[in-house]
Design a protein around this ligand. Structure first.
Ligand code: SAM
Length: 389
């Protein structure tokens, strides 16, 4: 991989390196904010880690067909890594790079209700996991309609998820499932993309900037974007009408939110119409032939000089202690394309689409890449008194 990967955990308690050195922290974090963050995150990690451990007790591991090379790390180093991610998240908040999320502290009743749904569904997931039930979506009695409406690769029970991507129940439970999988670290991983977004936004008028989130899911990342840039018009694009409906609910407190039901490889959006695109946890779910199509489509809809903020799973070799986990993940969860994703040269793939890699870094189990569409940024910047990036 051409661009050196930085491991942000080497700089614990430091804001991410995307923070410009000349930028004074917007506000020194008050001790009360630090305490609120610490309490909120401790509660989240306690809740989700507890549910992760309980889930492991209630389920039976799937044996890999072939032996997996190397040792999987124990829980302790993973938790130390998670702590590093949260320290980095807090450092970014304290330095004023981005705000604390409005919903860090969960509503206790909501959290209980979601946990109940999650555990009721876990039994169904477990049945599918051991019965290789990854194409139930196509057995719902409306297979023909679904085949007409969606690409074939999309019609699977990814993660052995009930209803795949295609029900309101699946959309309602998804964020919770992901947080359990990452013991409460999923949102903090997504938030690392706010750091390069802050660089993009420096000197711009939010209302005159255009952003699209490709494969937005329930819009979780866009809620963090809107926490920080409420006037920034955003488009949430996804193939699932149910996930988009959930995204619209999650984003209802803000104006300037558009939902677009389309495939990432054929969005139907106009050429050169966005200053910034984000794409989070999509590429590992795409067949190898579709990944370059999506990269080209993102390059097409970005303005020259526009940025792509890419977050997805780390790949083999990004953090060698996790290599065996990367090999085991698609065994435990239905992830038919994860194996090829984990060894794809993403920089080369994006370069072929006209997107130049500016930086690559790891944050816990995620890989954050910042890419730029080639060509002069003519007319795309709207710099005020601050210097353009
Ligand atoms: C793993 S989820 C990630 C969602 C979200 N970005 C997040 O941070 O959680 C994958 C999402 O990609 C969507 N998706 C998968 N393939 C797609 C495609 N070809 N075009 C558009 N959306 C797609 C799914 O509907 C789902 O909402």
């Amino acid at each position: 991989m051409g661009t050196a990967m930085t491991d942000a955990l080497e700089t614990e308690e430091q804001p991410s390196r995307h923070l410009s050195r000349d930028r004074a922290p917007a506000a020194r974090a008050a001790p009360v904010a630090r305490a609120a963050y610490a309490v909120g995150q401790a509660a989240r990690v306690g809740v989700y880690l507890g549910q992760y451990v309980l889930s492991a007790r209630l389920t039976t591991p799937v044996a890999p067909r072939q032996p997996i090379e190397g040792e999987t790390p124990g829980l302790q180093p993973i938790l130390a890594d998670l702590r590093g991610l949260l320290q980095r998240d807090w450092a970014n908040v304290a330095a004023g790079v981005y705000r604390m999320p409005h919903d860090l502290l969960d509503e206790p009743f909501d959290a209980l209700r979601r946990a109940g749904r999650y555990f009721r569904d876990l039994r169904r997931v477990e049945r599918r996991r051991h019965g290789r039930g990854h194409d139930e979506v196509l057995k719902r009695g409306e297979a023909e309609r679904l085949r007409q409406a969606y690409p074939r690769y999309y019609l699977q029970n990814f993660h052995y998820q009930s209803d795949g991507w295609l029900s309101a129940d699946s959309a309602a439970i998804y964020d919770h499932q992901v947080e359990v999988l990452f013991s409460g670290g999923a949102d903090a991983m997504r938030r690392q993309a706010l750091v390069p977004l802050a660089e993009v936004m420096r000197g711009r008028r939010a209302a005159e900037t255009r952003m699209v989130d490709i494969a937005s899911g329930t819009g979780r990342f866009l809620t963090f974007v809107k926490d920080n840039y409420p006037r920034l018009p955003v488009a949430a694009l996804d193939l699932s009408p149910d996930y988009l409906a959930q995204a619209a609910r999650n984003l209802r407190r803000w104006r300037g939110v558009e939902t677009v039901q389309a495939a990432a490889e054929a969005t139907g959006l106009p050429d050169g119409s966005y200053d910034v695109a984000s794409c989070i946890f999509l590429f590992h779910e795409l067949p190898p032939r579709v990944r370059p199509q999506v990269a080209r489509e993102i390059a097409r809809i970005l303005k020259p000089g526009g940025r792509l903020l890419f977050v997805d799973s780390i790949q083999k070799g990004d953090h060698p202690p996790y290599d065996a986990l990367i090999d085991y993940f698609p065994v435990a969860f239905h992830e038919p394309y994860y194996g090829t994703y984990a060894t794809t040269d993403l920089e080369a793939l994006f370069a072929e689409a006209g997107l130049r890699t500016l930086s690559v870094e790891r944050a816990f189990f995620s890989r954050l890449m910042v890419l730029e569409k080639k060509g002069p940024p003519g007319g795309t910047r709207n710099c005020g008194s601050e210097s353009c990036v």
